[in-house]
Write a protein that binds this ligand. Structure first.
Ligand code: 5GP
Length: 211
């Protein structure tokens, strides 16, 4: 394949809130700066330290709805009471320019993106146990008790869609999870062991623990 027609790859990374997705992706991109993270639009308010145009494009409800109406979004979804959307143009431009791009989106978005880009590579990051997720959410100190309860319920819903993803990464030890993530992004032979069908024995116990 010549440089001219080499297309960029599209990665979708999904995880329940508190599973460590953002820290893992940040570490991955620091090690492998060729991977670019797509910046989503959201109607939620910025958290401390978040920057406009870096973490998100923070927009009001009307702006979001207008963007949606004019067909700007590749996908959009509602999560934890706010709207989120991925703009189509930057994704298309990256792929065309041969640059790999990462979407950090929820499971609904992941399913919808796969309908448009069937060859997108989807990864689902899970905690080893639900109890572990609860401890991480509590440890972050960003959410009230009620919000944590809501996020744990949402996690159960999200995890029930895990088998629709191509790869499952278990974030028990950060360094190992980062290594696993790198092997999928770099298409290394070891990544075969991270395919969803191969990870079933491990994630089944997580699914069983929340039934
Ligand atoms: P947070 O508000 O904690 O940054 O994100 C909440 C959830 O929204 C996370 O699961 C995150 O992956 C998801 N999310 C962020 N951007 C998008 C997006 O553009 N589309 C969809 N569908 N989900 C998104």
């Amino acid at each position: 394949m010549t440089e001219k027609n080499h297309k960029g790859r599209l990665f979708i990374v999904t995880a329940p809130s508190g599973a460590g997705k953002t820290s893992l992706i940040k570490a991955l991109v620091e090690l492998c700066p060729q991977f670019k993270i797509s910046t989503s639009h959201t109607t939620r308010k910025p958290r401390q330290g978040e920057k406009e145009g870096v973490d998100y494009y923070f927009v009001d409800n009307d702006t979001f709805d207008n963007l949606k109406k004019s067909g700007e979004f590749l996908e959009n979804a509602e999560c934890h009471g706010a709207k989120y959307g991925t703009a189509m143009t930057p994704v298309e431009e990256s792929i065309k320019a041969g640059k790999d791009i990462i979407l950090e989106i929820d499971y609904q978005g992941a399913i919808n993106v796969k309908k448009v880009f069937a060859d997108a590579i989807s990864l689902f990051i899970i905690p080893p146990t639900i109890d572990d997720l609860k401890k991480r959410l509590e440890g972050r100190g960003q959410n009230s008790e009620a919000e944590i309860k809501g996020r744990l319920l949402a996690a159960e819903e999200e995890i029930s869609h895990l088998e629709k993803f191509d790869y499952v990464i278990i974030n028990e030890k950060f360094d190992q999870a980062l290594c696993d993530l790198k092997s999928v992004f770099n298409d290394s032979p070891e990544s075969i062991n991270l395919e969803t069908s191969k990870q079933k024995r491990i994630f089944q116990s997580l699914i069983d623990s929340i039934k």
